[in-house]
Ligand binder design. Sequence first.
Ligand code: YSA
Length: 350
Amino acid sequence: MTSIKEQLISLEKHAMSDLKQIETEQGLDEWRINYQGRRNGQLPKLLEELPKLPIEDRREVGIAANKLRDTLEIGYNERLQEIKNSELQEKLLEETIDVSLPGRKQTLGKLHPTTQTIREISSIFVNLGYQIVDGPEVESDYYNFEALNIPPDHPARDQWDTLWLDYNNEEGIRPLLLRTHTSPMQIRTMENQEPPIRVIVPGRCYRHEATDTTHESMFFQIEGLAVDKGITFADLKGTLYTFARKLFGAERKIRFRCDFFPFVEPGVDMSIDCFSCDGIGCRVCSNTGWIEIMGAGMVHPDVLKRVGYDPDVYTGFAFGMGPERISMLKHGIDDIRHFYTNDLRFLEQF
Ligand code: YSA
């Protein structure tokens, strides 16, 4: 039978070899209970044999047993520290940031193509001395039609299919509508200031349209108005020539043809020679060689009178264009509905 001393040596060997295999704090606690646990721990169990030894051996075995207890305790603490360190190491590794990875790309927003066109057009007029003004989208019948020489039942109202508002006007306020064009701002501007006037009015308009490739029920217009002493049709032509060449290129030819708008006299539509085919005729210009870009004219004397200006003293010109249509021409966009369907494949191209 092996002596207690030999058993202590063997116990130490096993305990220390087991200790090396332990990877967790829980495993370490189990190890401690196995070797040192008060009730069934291997060391206390072995020491139960101590009183049975001859008296002269007890002291020596007692010293060896105490030494082993210290060894196990030191081993336990060292291993605990190692485990804690390796857990920390793992945690640090988990939290490590790989600075060699490329940064996350920030997607920058862009201006909507209509806004880009409006800004481009506006800046040309601002450089010509025009101010940008804003006006209400909900208008009265008076400003949208009557003040512009379009009384009720005038056939010209048909051109502007109107969205009327269901508005209960107890005080007899004139009926409200969504403005069909930006021209009402001609009246509002003239009512509020004295000449000289040079303004442009970019803004939303609404028409009860069946939408198609060139018509939307909500679209933008840019109105222009210049009123002063001695303004003539030559000023209108010069201004609009300058604008069209700045926007479409210095080599563009310009054509004016008579057109009818009740609030101007004379009225014109302005076209540029097709920049796609240089006037030969192609799909962009419907084989005419010309592209119509706006309506314009000399402000009608009755309109001037209505806002309190003397038409014998003051004259002026006005114009109105659709920025989406201009954008379509510039970029070869074949359907106006692309502008407002929020399709990123379209929007990201601008
Ligand atoms: C004319 C003479 C002036 O002295 C001043 C302004 C004007 C323009 C006038 N108020 C007007 O609204 N004319 S318009 O009905 O021909 O529209 C002008 C432009 O708005 C068109 O050339 C087109 O570019 C755009 N537009 C009209 N209806 C549209 C539209 N764009 C998209 N969808 C629609 N439904």
